[in-house]
Design a protein around this ligand. Structure first.
Ligand code: GLN
Length: 537
């Protein structure tokens, strides 16, 4: 296409309506017609990125190849589109202001008063247009975080108004709202939607399409009413009914012709039909598994599913690849000890120990790993999970009393996990971990090599601590071997116990790279190992 088209997705009435999933579903439909699409998220908070936020505040922190710590919606974008995102896809108010203030100090605005309009709004607009540079994409979909009317998202809404005005036919606004069902009245109510459109109009934006989240079907009359009150065509009132899985939403949006309306409104004539063959197959298999398996996820945010979102999604992809429903059992590591671990994991066919930071729950993770190692239960440790496997082995096999990570105990006599050299001088907290994709060399004959079928892999990292190579010989001699290394820095990225049926720990985060189109091989093999273990029980 000659020029990129810009689609904005705003939200009204309430948060948590699923703007990320709607954006990703629309993108999937456009992509399935052969268009190149990218999705960008604006978050209205003042942090530079969510990297310093607690998962209780913001769920999982998602990491891109280029090392940006981002909102978890970027994970959805990658899982749906199978196209990597980057730092440019995740913008916060903090980043916008920082950039403007840095420019002001450099003298970029000499003589001028720096203001929200035009300087902040220009910065916002530039970071949208940046994605369309070099004709990389036909569509740039920009999701505006927050709810219309929030004070903090006002500059973004103003930037959308300006872009709509400047770009005319090349730009449109999709507004996602809620149509609540009042059980007492037995009715769906359109008033909150009318009000949220009114709020948008006050800021100068007439939405082109309304996507209405609802628990019940919207009949023609209701759509007509919404259209009339909100100045949109009836065909542009799109129902988004609750789905049993997020992976069904692209099909629901296709039925509602969301992408067709978008293309018509942007005057794009195309006879390209959707090719959703792989997606349909995925969904069919997801809904009709022939097998079932129980896998434990041991972590410290078990009441907060968003904290391990990419891991949970990676299990869905891997489940489909194995024709299996994976029942993830979230077990809180703080409640596990040597005495109760058997009872906690007895019905599990495999155990994953989650990533994390800090001391809380670590001893429970270590007790779990001792049990699964000694009882030949398939084990997969990610980042802190891998580090805990190293600590467990050093204490119970190498008999290094009180061995630990210096993150947990700086005075441990055996720092088998220690701060990385490059981290020793770091004092600032934001964006200073070892972040993003690094390459890793796999040893031939290892489980990792068998799984990846390649000698070099690229995986994403987010950590400050690492395996302490001073202890490497001891581990290898006792049967825990390093099978993945970073060639440049000599960091241990993967450990395995070859005498165990399936025991692997990785310093990186494979979950970030699992997508519908490409389930991650480590998760696929781990689910297969769980099935095998289940059969042998
Ligand atoms: N806290 C550990 C470190 O910084 C592990 C981090 C993680 O699990 N992402 O090395």
């Amino acid at each position: 296409m000659p020029n990129a088209k810009y689609i904005f997705v705003t939200g009204g009435v309430t948060s948590s309506l699923g703007k990320g999933i709607i954006s990703a579903s629309l993108a999937t439909l456009l992509q399935s017609r052969g268009f190149k699409v990218t999705i960008q998220k604006f978050d209205p908070y003042i942090n530079i990125d969510p990297g310093t936020l607690n998962p209780y505040e913001h769920g999982e922190c998602y990491v891109t190849d280029d090392g940006a710590e981002t909102d978890l919606d970027l994970g959805h974008y990658e899982r749906f589109l199978n196209v990597p995102t980057s730092r440019a896809n995740s913008i916060t108010t903090g980043r916008i202001y920082k950039s403007v203030i840095d420019k002001e100090r450099q003298g970029a605005y000499l003589g001028k008063t720096v203001q929200v309009i035009p300087h902040i709004t220009d910065e916002i607009k530039n970071s949208i247009k940046l994605l369309a540079k070099n004709k990389a994409f036909d569509f740039v979909i920009t999701e505006i975080g927050g709810t219309v009317g929030d004070i903090e998202s006002l500059p973004y809404i103003e930037a959308v108004r300006q872009m709509k005005w400047e770009l005319g036919k090349n730009c449109l606004v999709v507004h996602l709202t809620l149509i609540p069902y009042l059980a007492a009245a037995g009715e769906l109510k359109t008033k909150p939607t009318q009000h949220s459109v009114k709020a948008l109009l006050e800021y100068g934006i007439q939405p082109d399409i309304l996507v209405c989240r609802t628990e019940h079907t919207l009949n023609k009359e209701l759509k007509k009413k919404i259209a009339l009150f909100c100045n949109v065509e009836i065909s542009a009132v799109v129902e988004s009914i609750d789905a049993s899985t997020i992976y069904e939403v692209p099909f629901l949006m296709k039925e509602e012709k969301l992408d067709e309306v978008v293309l018509r409104k942007l005057s794009i004539d195309t006879d390209q039909k959707h090719d959703l063959t792989a997606w349909s197959k995925f969904l069919r298999k997801f809904k009709n598994p022939t097998k079932e398996v129980n896998i434990a996820l041991v972590g410290k945010y078990t009441e907060l599913k968003d904290a391990y979102l990419s891991i949970a999604e990676a299990f869905k992809h891997a489940g489909v690849a194995n024709d299996t429903r994976v029942n993830l059992n979230w077990i809180h590591s703080e409640g596990i000890n040597d005495d109760n671990v058997a009872e906690k994991v007895q019905d599990m066919s495999a155990v994953l120990v989650a990533p994390g930071f800090g001391e809380r729950g670590v001893e429970g993770k270590i007790a779990t790993i001792k049990y699964v190692r000694e009882n030949n239960i398939p084990f997969f440790g990610i980042c802190l999970g891998m580090q805990c496997a190293v600590i467990e082995f050093s204490r119970n096999v190498l008999k290094l009393k009180n061995a630990n990570s210096t993150e947990i105990n700086v005075d441990t006599p055996h720092p088998v996990i220690d701060i990385m050299d490059e981290q020793k001088k770091v004092t600032m907290k934001g964006g200073t971990m070892r972040l993003g994709a690094y390459s890793c060399q796999l040893s031939k004959d290892s489980l990792a090599y068998k799984i990846y079928q390649s000698d070099t892999i690229q995986e994403r990292h987010r950590h400050r601590f690492e395996f302490n190579n001073k202890y490497l010989d001891k581990f290898v001699n006792a049967g825990m071997i390093n099978t993945g290394m970073n060639q440049k820095t000599n960091l241990v990225e993967i450990i395995e116990i070859p005498s165990h049926p399936f025991f692997i720990g990785v310093q990186f985060h494979p979950e970030y790279k699992s997508t519908v189109a490409q389930p991650h091989p480590l998760f696929v093999s781990f689910v297969a190992a769980a099935l095998k273990h289940q059969k042998s029980k």
